[in-house]
Write a protein that binds this ligand. Sequence first.
Ligand code: BG6
Length: 496
Amino acid sequence: MSPSYSSAAGEVPAPCRALVLFGATGDLARRMLWPSLYALHCDGLLPEPFQLVGAATKPIPDAEFIARVHDAIRASANGSLFNEQAFEAFAKRIRYVAVDAAAEDGFAPLRATLAPGAGGVIYYLSTGPEHFGPISAQLGRSGLADAMSRIVVEKPIGTDTGTALQVNETMGSAFAERQVFRIDHYLGKEAVQNLLALRFGNAIFEPLWNSTAIDYVQITVAETVGIEGRWGYYDGVGALRDMVQSHVLQLLCLVAMEPPAGFTPSAVRNEKVKVLWSLRPMTRESVLTHTVRGQYAAGFSGGKPVPGYLEEAGARPASDNESFVALRAEVDNWRWAGVPFYLRTGKRMQERSSEIVIQFKPAPFNIFAGIGQNLAANMLLIKLQPNETITLSLMHKKPGLNEVRLGEVPLNLSLDDAFAASRKRIAYERMLLDVLRDNPALFVRRDEVEASWQWIDGIVHGWQAAGQKVKPYPAGSWGPTAAVALTERHGHSWHE
Ligand code: BG6
């Protein structure tokens, strides 16, 4: 069967005539979405005609709004692509409209602004999750959601299984699941998609990709930034719900999933959700030995002193919110039984680094032991950011005429160097293009969201029942010392 990117096999993707960006003046829109749309325009990847409608609550004249988009693109990661002539053509697509999702006919101005024509409308909700329900309900009521339209939402979908179900239900009342695109921007990163290419585009890894050859797996997503003034959102959500429920679990799925039957949305997502279903639930007892919560204290970042979480401007003084979490997860299935997956993410860490470590088991017998040579077990290090590299550590003989001396040598592949001629794309360029092409393979399906929340809820409930408090760690470190113990207890160690 040939791969199909549309929801029904053989169906031609519905063309789109417009994209409405709710939250059009917000931070994400400014830094990522307008610059990504501009890049797609410059590459000739937007359909013709294709209207871009910015929507937010405050009335802003079109010209002023367009000037803001202009400045946002120039200041963004895509600023180097900017040229006034191309922007002029891009700006012709743009209109701005003030909307009120709570008012009786609050989307009437939007209906009036959307140019009629064939093709569906994409509604991109770059808003707080509390607006997902009201906006989708209003789109349904005002007749703006039809069979051709699509809705795109950012994480987080809810704050636990119950609220995620509610959000999914409300969106489901106006849109069919095939029309819903849930973004996890990590899936838009080249390096993350490369994981699929590495695993399923090469035959050499598959025979080793299991508990027979692999000792343990580590996934680290470390950031150097602090809370960045996001109190309203982050405090009370914390690293577990902000990062693990979405990005970290998605990475885990890509590492642990079975080979899908094809690169089709259903095949890929079916395999990912099975991994989530296989995660061993955490209990009041296991959270004590399998999880560590941390909160950054004052320290240094980039050589400069920085305040602790509770000393940041606007801090809630008694906050027990975690800015770091380390977990020992277990995937209970045939492939992974007995292989720990150590997951760790935090803010104000020593380095910005996202990486996956596949630690292989030691050689079964060391023929060099008699001449005093130890063997280090092989390790595959997949670095996702800031640089994209793949390193396989191997044992080699050191050159020389004396006795055999062995050392560890990295076999290094820098993908940044190998593809130096290609422009580094913003993850959202890929995601927006996939929405336009009606390809949901890199978007999170409803059952994935709900399965990941179920596992996360178990941890949160465990923490509450066990009264597990955050442990402080100095800004600029690798987290609380308890996180070191989490791995060392089993004879393992974090790759740093
Ligand atoms: C977001 C989180 O989803 O991802 C932020 O809400 C985090 O807290 C960000 O800083 C990290 O994304 P990236 O692409 O910079 O690794």
